[in-house]
Design a protein around this ligand. Structure first.
Ligand code: ADP
Length: 258
């Protein structure tokens, strides 16, 4: 029998399928979040990859910002519990997690038994979130997936002094008008996002190993900037964006066993 976790975020929908021994079977990420057909498409795609039918899913759990709208799931669990569980599966022994998604960022402290013991969250402000990077990519007429490569070409850093995402956007526009090199601007944008993540991590307390999860973990420029800012190795994984869905699938296995 199989188990499913569905993580419905503000920017994307993720689905993970696992077997009863907590072995990974399939995953899918659709770049449309809550309020769209994204969750259903993510489920359909993960089922297609697994080759399984809906009837083979013993139990499913929904998590994320849009979890309450996904009535097809057997149960709903908070993002924090799912992220912590998913992070421990991705990197056994992980002690600190920085999760940066489309609309919020959170830092999680995990003890040596793999339990979530503390967290700090930023969900009031776009600065340092995926949304901030998406807006900046649009201003620079590029894609968010191209930012890391641009950053690598930087030969300097244009400092972004505004902490507010709206003011930072105006600052980038005026730097563009002054012919600032785009790679150096991207490096400054990544530094700014990393500074926000670093302050969350400092507030929760940093114990290595540190794992980055959420979609922004796909942006190697932010990961590098965070490692440089903190002087700490920041690990990522091909499963980073699906950490919440992984945790939800693992909790589905546990709930079914009870
Ligand atoms: P949520 O769970 O809130 O819906 P995600 O964890 O999926 O959000 O993160 C979405 C963010 O991840 C996007 O806003 C974008 O900035 C970033 N992102 C997603 N895919 C990539 C990619 N391939 N390269 C760089 N950044 C990415």
């Amino acid at each position: 029998m199989l188990y499913m976790g569905v993580d419905i975020g503000s920017a994307s929908s993720k689905c993970v399928i696992m077997d009863g021994s907590a072995c990974f079977v399939a995953k899918a990420v659709v770049p449309s979040g809550t309020g769209t057909s994204g969750p259903e498409r993510a489920v359909k795609e993960a089922l297609r990859i697994s080759g399984a039918g809906t009837e083979q899913i013993s139990f499913s759990i929904a998590t994320g910002y849009g979890r309450n709208t996904f009535t097809a799931a057997g149960d709903r669990v908070s993002e924090l519990s799912c992220h912590a569980k998913g992070a421990v599966w991705i990197l056994p022994g992980v002690r600190t997690v920085i999760d940066i998604g489309g609309q919020d960022a959170k830092a999680l402290a995990i003890n040596d038994e793999g339990r979530l013991v503390n967290f700090v969250m930023n969900d009031k402000c776009a600065a340092g979130t995926g949304r901030f990077l998406d807006v900046m990519a649009r201003v620079l007429e590029t894609e968010v997936g191209e930012l890391a490569e641009l950053d690598e070409k930087a030969d300097g850093v244009v400092q972004i002094s505004s902490t507010c995402a709206v003011f930072a956007e105006s600052e980038v526009i005026s730097q563009l008008a002054n012919n600032a090199p785009i790679p150096n601007l991207v490096a400054g944008i990544h530094r700014s996002a990393a500074a926000r993540a670093a302050s969350l991590l400092k507030r929760v307390g940093i114990t290595e190993p540190v794992l980055m999860t959420g979609g922004v973990a796909n942006n190697a420029g932010v990961v590098r900037a965070l490692a440089v800012t903190l002087g700490v190795e920041i690990r990522t994984s091909p499963f980073s964006q699906t950490a919440g869905a992984l945790g939800a699938a693992l909790i589905a296995i546990e709930k079914q066993r009870k």
